[in-house]
Design a protein. Structure first.
Length: 261
């Protein structure tokens, strides 16, 4: 599915007043492309993802999938969050098959499909395990298998590896690249980590400090699979970090000015 954001604006009204989250965000993601969104804390990255998921509505502008407005959640898009939203009373297999059951798929078929995707994420040996028996990385693999089992066109991933240790994160980076190459899903991936964005993305979109818009996009033709320690990746990260630092400093100065008031 091809994704497009057209001049998206979004404000949130709180007890403190109105917070402008997005200010004219505009970009495109080609079908089957892996794009990472990067930016300072609070710049609207997750809000942008929620609008594509149909969980939030823009105040103005629109988001589209294959040219059609996306105004509500749909089975063609699945969101994966930082914390795996798995059911502790179900085993791994039943967690992965849960959405298929809700969709009305027969028991035999949904079991076969769940096992297929557990095999893809290297969890088929743990299909009878319960969630409390899994490590953080295994939980995220189970979450990814559940998302893939629905066979969506788009994966919307909101910092899914942020809470994991470095070693587990590196392994999942490699595995996600492999899964993407096999499934050719469109992936929009939010992260704070510049090198993670470069490891995973075909392109990296840098957002401004709040209210967020797209400041710049980067495209590096780096061979896959990529790893954090690749020299070419380190050099590319230096360029993006310089631009990101400018936006982080803007956000910090604005916060200090508000405290001074």
């Amino acid at each position: 599915m091809r994704l497009e954001a057209r001049d998206v604006h979004k404000c949130f009204r709180t007890r403190r007043g109105v917070t402008e989250a997005l200010d004219g965000a505009t970009f495109q993601v080609a079908s089957g492309e892996f794009v990472c969104i990067l930016g300072p804390s609070g710049c609207g990255k997750s809000t942008m993802l929620s609008i594509f998921a149909g969980l939030e509505s823009p105040d103005s502008g629109q988001v589209l999938g294959d040219g059609s407005p996306l105004t509500r959640p749909g089975s063609d898009r699945v969101v994966i969050f930082q914390e795996a939203a798995l059911f502790p009373w179900l085993n791994v297999l039943d967690n992965v098959a849960f959405g298929l059951q809700v969709a009305g798929m027969g028991r035999k078929e949904r079991r076969e499909r769940a096992i297929e995707y557990l095999r893809l994420v290297h969890l088929d040996r743990f299909q009878t395990a319960y969630i409390h028996e899994l490590s953080g990385g295994m939980k995220q693999r189970a979450e990814l298998a559940r998302a893939l089992a629905m066979e969506p066109k788009v994966l919307l991933m909101d910092e899914p590896f942020a809470a994991l240790d470095a070693q587990t994160r590196d392994i999942l980076h490699t595995e996600l690249q492999d899964i993407w190459a096999r499934t050719v899903k469109t992936i929009l991936f939010v992260t704070h980590n510049v090198r993670e964005a470069l490891v995973l993305g075909d392109r990296v979109l840098l957002m401004t400090s709040r209210p967020g818009s797209i400041k710049r996009e980067y495209e590096y033709q780096l061979p896959r699979p990529r790893a954090m320690e690749d020299h070419a990746l380190v050099d590319a990260a230096r360029e993006i970090l310089g631009d990101l630092r400018v936006e982080v400093n803007k956000e910090r100065e604005e916060r200090y000015a508000q405290l001074a008031d």
